[in-house]
Design a protein around this ligand. Structure first.
Ligand SMILES: [Ca+2]
Ligand SMILES: [Ca+2]
Ligand SMILES: [Ca+2]
Ligand SMILES: [Ca+2]
Length: 563
């Protein structure tokens, strides 16, 4: 039974939450970050490993690190557990990086969060946080793929080292990329052709844009990725190194029979190991993943019809509300604007974490190229066609950053005899990963966000304890179980899930005591932030009784009540 009308809570929650947001505004200044080993580029796998191991060495009182499994490519998947005391008994957040192997920043954000938290662990606020919250951090779920950034030929890769037949033609890895201009990276090829479906961008001729099929537009180029058609099937580079994608191998809307999805859901070592491990951690209430998906800049919305189907495909109403509150916090702390709209693509980790694991699941790329207005002093014109490459070139020019763009240059291409072929285009990685000198600031902002999210953690208390003598030897006991946190005790979708444990309110009787009315165990549904539930028992006997309320995601509270 709720103690007040739901609208009362809605107002209360909103008010309390905006107060919470206001207080957080200047808090980032308090976080110090100290990069002991100054870096000027993203960390490769061996450097990532050093950084992980350094944490358990420097902060043994708070950190445990271990490898949960090895990938097909023989690389360890590291776990960093940060917390104090019995870490499994405290509400927890999981932080996952490398969800997509081409998002280098994602791993920096995850390891960087661990480093920031620990470098600040001498501060009272962080000490208090580490007393009540556990963090499970998995910095890089795609180490096989991410290493392609550091290879002699760079290209954006998501697949691990499992051998796959991406185009299902009976051979594996038969047609990969070729670095035809020898610049160490795979870009694009444009082939001049009167039947081409690409043309030059009207405001920036370096940029190729697809013709609008519905309009009378003339194309002059065919676009391919850089390389040769090794197996002469008229497809270029359709099946190279790079097997199963971590972010396409989960069970929710698994995109079977598409490139990188794997033969069946959770077929890969790293997917299986992470899933098994998370299922065992009943205490995790939120999962933050860094990758392409973004429900932090713009929250998921509630779709009544999709949420009521047997297979739920929309966030539940209460969860969408929490997503909106968390998103407000994210935007306030990071100050990031104009995020590109994204949609999960199926088989992805973030959707699994919500729909199948039943936890709040928040994801962000952590950075994108800022939307850039034309600079009239430089004679720039407003774009008539929105295009990420054109925007990137304009942004770098205005920032005084050297654009990572390979100018178009003609080559002889044996697969196109007699045709003009040029190699060029945006370099791999640069549209989704910031220049490295921006990383420290992004780590600071995202670490600040996760710390503030942890402060929204559900927290139970037992309040308004009342005892009334009904008859000699008969006592009515009334309590309120209150959630003092901003987040609900668990997600609404978690109520349908075996792996999400509900709050149990238990009355422990001893000696001469018997329960006359009321339940020995009360299982509560998701207890919303700042809300409470009233529970009453009628007990016969004397002495003290003990009441215990809690769940893995809220922690446990106990109280003794004299009869
Ligand atoms: Ca093949
Ligand atoms: Ca090249
Ligand atoms: Ca081919
Ligand atoms: Ca090829």
């Amino acid at each position: 039974m709720m103690v007040a009308h739901p609208f009362f809570y809605l107002n209360l929650n909103t008010k309390k939450f905006s107060m919470f947001i206001r207080i957080t505004a200047s808090f980032l200044f308090l976080l110090s970050i100290n990069y002991l080993n100054a870096q000027n580029d993203y960390s490769n796998f061996s450097r990532q490993t050093e950084r992980v191991k350094a944490l358990s060495k420097s902060y043994p009182q708070y950190v445990k690190t271990n490898s949960i499994v090895k990938t097909a490519g023989g690389k360890d998947i590291w776990q960093i557990i940060i917390g104090s005391g019995n870490t499994s008994a405290k509400p927890a957040i999981a932080v996952v990086g490398g969800v997509q192997g081409n998002y280098l920043l994602s791993t920096e954000l995850a390891i960087g969060f661990a480093e920031t938290l620990l470098q600040n662990s001498n501060k009272d606020s962080i000490k208090t946080l580490l007393e009540k919250t556990t963090f499970y951090i998995f910095p890089n779920m795609s180490p096989d793929a991410m290493e392609q950034y550091f290879a002699s030929v760079k290209y954006e890769r998501q697949g691990n080292a499992s051998e796959t037949d991406d185009d299902r033609d009976g051979s594996t890895n038969e047609d990969g990329y070729e670095d035809l201009d020898g610049n160490g990276k795979i870009t694009l090829m444009r082939v001049h052709s009167p039947i081409g479906d690409y043309r030059e961008h009207p405001e920036d001729e370096r940029v190729m844009v697809k013709i609008n099929a519905g309009k009378p537009e003339k194309g002059s180029y065919k676009i391919y990725t850089e390389g040769r058609d090794n197996d002469k099937d008229d497809l270029f580079n359709e099946d190279g190194e790079g097997g199963v994608w971590f972010n396409k191998n989960f069970s929710y809307k698994h995109p079977s029979f598409t490139e990188g999805s794997g033969e069946f859901p959770v077929s890969e070592n790293e997917n299986r190991a992470l899933l098994d491990l998370l299922f065992e951690q009943y205490n995790i209430y939120a999962v933050i993943s860094f990758g392409g998906a973004n429900n932090l800049s713009t929250p998921n919305t509630y779709n009544a019809q999709a949420a009521s189907q047997r297979i739920v495909t929309s966030w539940m109403e209460a969860d969408a509300k929490q997503n909106a509150a968390v998103s407000e916090l994210y935007n306030k702390i990071t100050g990031l604007k104009d995020a590109p709209k994204t949609k999960p693509e199926g088989g992805d980790f973030g959707s699994w974490a919500y729909y199948h694991y039943g936890r709040y699941s928040f994801s962000t790329p952590g950075w994108w190229v800022p939307k850039t207005k034309p600079d009239s002093t430089k004679n720039e014109k407003a774009f008539t066609i929105e295009d990420s490459v054109a925007n990137y070139l304009r942004w770098t020019s205005q920032q005084g950053i050297t654009a990572s763009f390979t100018p178009w240059k003609e080559i002889d291409h044996p697969d196109f005899p007699g045709q003009k072929v040029e190699i060029g285009g945006p370099d791999p990685f640069v549209l989704i990963n910031p220049p490295y000198n921006m990383v420290a600031d992004l780590v600071k902002k995202h670490s600040g966000f996760i710390i503030k999210l942890a402060e929204m953690q559900p927290e139970l208390d037992i309040v308004n304890v009342k005892t009334e003598k009904v008859n000699p030897g008969l006592t009515r006991i009334t309590i309120n179980v209150i959630n003092k946190g901003a987040l609900a005790s668990h997600s609404k979708i978690g109520e349908r899930n075996y792996w999400v444990k509900r709050i149990n309110v238990k009355i422990n009787l001893t000696g001469n005591q018997t329960l006359v009315s009321g339940k020995k165990n009360h299982l509560l549904n998701a207890l919303e932030g700042y809300s409470s539930e009233k529970i009453t028992w009628l007990v016969k006997g004397s002495g003290k009784i003990n009441i215990e309320a809690g769940s893995p995601t809220t922690g446990i509270k106990k109280t003794d009540i004299p009869l």
